[in-house]
Design a protein around this ligand. Structure first.
Ligand code: FAD
Length: 319
């Protein structure tokens, strides 16, 4: 089932779970075991993030340079396929512009369609480690809005439609896109960023998932601004429980977000006690989640980042 249909037919907020594919070396069984704790909550779908392989150049003895793979993850399509083989749950792979030519994107779409996966989150992707700014791949897409257009054009091809028995007005892929209630770090201002978000919706995206935030007012204001700008699709809030005191500086740096003073001072009070910090971060997130549900959020998206204990506690308390 498409996420757009799930959103349209759900009578109450539900949790969605995002996982990061493991680095190479982990087995299929280990991967499935790591998501088993979430299955207790019968998630309607699981998002699987997408990452570029990272390389470095090393100098050889003769002075030439050669390229070496230093970091790669199992692909989102492979992880989705593994999840589908074990669990009765929809999968939502992320697809990124970075590192892919338009042809390679098309080939990824072929693989997803082959597996019967018709949900995608379309993103630009981040810059590579050591790269200051995102550099589009030659022959690839520069912005997520272009990727959304590309996905819509793909499913518009006659042969694809024929093979799927689709009418000209049917959409095979349901497309989600990302948004930043505290502004994407490259955008000049929030208004411009929201106009760019609207380009993704106008290109055919069905719904939005936000970057994590720790103050719900930020999300409510953002939704209001999006509605005023003519964005009418569902906007799913994204949450991540803070789990260590170090994240007070790591998360703002990595995601260009603020952490409210109420939370930072609470954490400062107990910062030497790891368990207390973990518990506080979990309780804060549960409090945010309950408030979002009470304010009519359509769903709540959890960035699990490979951790399940705190998320399970929150899901048990809130859903
Ligand atoms: P875009 O929508 O393309 O926007 C990027 C920047 O360009 C913004 O500042 C925007 O204002 C600006 N912009 C957009 N269109 C235009 C235009 N036409 N002209 C000028 N400026 C424009 N990263 C991964 O690598 N893998 C993942 O799986 C992943 N999952 C994510 C899931 C969610 C829900 C979110 C919110 C983020 C995720 N990210 C992921 C991170 C994301 O790739 C980065 O935040 C990236 O820097 C921006 O991606 P985007 O799709 O929002 O980009």
């Amino acid at each position: 089932m498409k996420v757009s249909e799930i959103l349209a037919t759900s009578t109450k907020a539900f949790p969605s779970i995002e996982i990061v594919p493991p680095l190479r070396g982990i087995t299929n069984e280990e991967l499935l075991e790591s998501i088993a704790p979430f299955m207790e909550f019968k998630p309607k779908y699981i998002n699987v993030t997408s990452h570029r392989d990272e390389y470095e150049f090393r100098q050889n003895e003769n002075g030439t340079f050669s390229r070496h793979l230093i970091r790669n993850r199992i692909s989102e399509t492979t992880v989705c396929s593994a999840i589908m083989s074990k669990y009765d749950v929809e999968v939502v792979p992320h697809l990124i512009c970075g590192g892919n030519t338009k042809e390679e994107i098309e080939s990824r779409l072929d693989n997803l369609a082959f597996l019967g996966i018709n949900n995608i989150v379309a993103l630009r992707g981040d810059s590579l480690t050591g790269e200051k700014r995102f550099t589009p791949t030659p022959g690839g897409y520069s912005y997520a809005s272009e990727l959304v257009e590309g996905i819509r054009a793909y499913q518009g091809s006659n042969s694809f439609r024929r093979s799927r028995g689709l009418e000209t007005t049917d959409r095979f892929f349901c497309i989600g896109v990302g948004a930043y209630p505290e502004k994407h770090f490259e955008a000049a201002n929030i208004e411009t960023d929201i106009q760019n978000l609207k380009k993704k919706i106008d290109a055919g995206a069905d719904y939005i998932i936000t970057q994590m935030f720790f103050d719900n007012k930020v999300y409510y204001n953002f939704v209001e601004r999006c509605r005023a700008a003519g964005i009418t699709v569902p906007i799913i809030p994204g949450l991540k429980p803070l789990s260590t005191a170090r994240q007070l500086s790591l998360l703002p740096e990595a995601f260009s977000i603020d952490i409210p003073v109420e939370l930072t001072s609470e954490i400062a009070r107990v910062h030497t006690d790891k368990n207390a910090v973990y518990q506080l971060g979990t309780e804060w997130c549960a409090m945010q989640c309950k408030d979002l549900i009470a304010h009519g959020a359509p769903a709540v998206h959890f960035y699990t980042m490979g951790k399940s204990d705190n998320i399970s506690q929150i899901l048990r308390e809130c859903f």
